[in-house]
Design a protein around this ligand. Structure first.
Ligand code: MG
Length: 291
């Protein structure tokens, strides 16, 4: 099943299910419950799953072209990313292969829709892409063993761990360089675990203006999704709707000599097998202050 969030032609934010021919407006078919959010559905999956399976046979309410897809989780409680998690990316980074999992936070305000634009910040020219498989937590959990980890994953998305390299690498903490507004796009929808199958056998591609820059497979993850859950859940409670980015393969802009930073007007696409694609155009950040 593919769950999505979208803005309908009247501008209303809706929860949807992707079906043949387009998207079904979930609330319309579930007792017109407009207050139902996607995280509510994830948290009470045993209740909603049979209801959603029943409406999966409905004709689409909208074509995908008629709606604007939104981030599948509107404001994740956490967005966490693991660094240096494909051997070829470790090599191009010039950093030593880590013995331990390297984690950083992307702030929830960086959340972005799966299609649209990403911003080139006013304070940097070193904008870079990172195609990544992301998974979304389905159950509140702590101290999850590797063997139990698959059971706490609700589903998967494609993600772009957009990075501002000078801000990322000018200090020992990656967080600021990973947390610029618009720099955590994921989607295009949330594909449930049962539909994805093995998350460690998915082709992953990034294109810039149609040119393939990254092409790998999630079988090359150094620490796989289950290792990641075991490790993180030693530290913190993982909650439904948390988004975890699993690392990027070689081919990022910073790995070229000279580096190939993203520029205004570039189109960046991330595609993951069995999940779908993201597509963004780079725009210059506008200097609007919010007070
Ligand atoms: Mg990354």
């Amino acid at each position: 099943m593919k769950l999505a969030r979208f803005r309908d032609p009247e501008g209303r934010e809706r929860v949807g299910m992707v079906v043949a021919g387009g998207i079904v407006d979930v609330a319309k078919h579930l007792d017109h419950n407009d207050t139902l959010g996607i995280v509510d559905i994830i948290e009470s999956w045993d209740t909603y799953r049979p209801q959603l399976e029943r409406i999966a046979a409905q004709p689409a309410d909208f074509t995908l072209e008629a709606v604007q897809l939104l981030a599948p989780i509107p404001r994740p409680g956490k967005i966490l990313g693991i660094g240096l998690n494909y051997a070829d990316h470790v090599a191009e980074s010039g950093m030593p292969k880590p013995d331990n999992q390297v984690w950083f936070a992307k702030m929830p305000t960086a959340t972005n829709a799966p299609m649209g634009s990403i911003e080139l910040p006013t304070v940097s020219e070193q904008l870079d892409y990172e195609a990544e498989l992301a998974f979304v937590i389905g159950k509140r959990c702590r101290h999850v063993s590797r063997s139990e980890a698959a059971g706490v994953i609700f589903g998967y998305c494609a993600a772009n761990d957009v990075s501002v390299r000078d801000w990322q690498l000018s200090t020992s903490q990656f967080m600021l360089g990973k947390s610029f507004d618009t720099h955590a796009p994921f989607g295009p929808w949330l594909v449930t675990s049962d539909e994805v199958g093995d998350p460690h056998a998915l082709d992953i591609i990034c294109r810039v203006n149609g040119e393939v820059r990254q092409h790998s497979n999630t079988k090359h993850l150094v620490f796989d999704c289950y290792d990641q859950i075991e490790h993180l859940s030693h530290v913190m409670t993982l909650e439904p709707g948390d988004v975890i980015l699993t690392g990027t393969p070689g081919g990022v802009g910073a790995g070229f000599k000279p580096p190939r930073w993203l520029r205004v007007g570039d189109v960046v696409e991330v595609e993951i097998e069995r999940i779908g694609s993201l597509r963004h155009t780079v725009v210059r950040e506008t200097l609007e202050s919010i007070t």
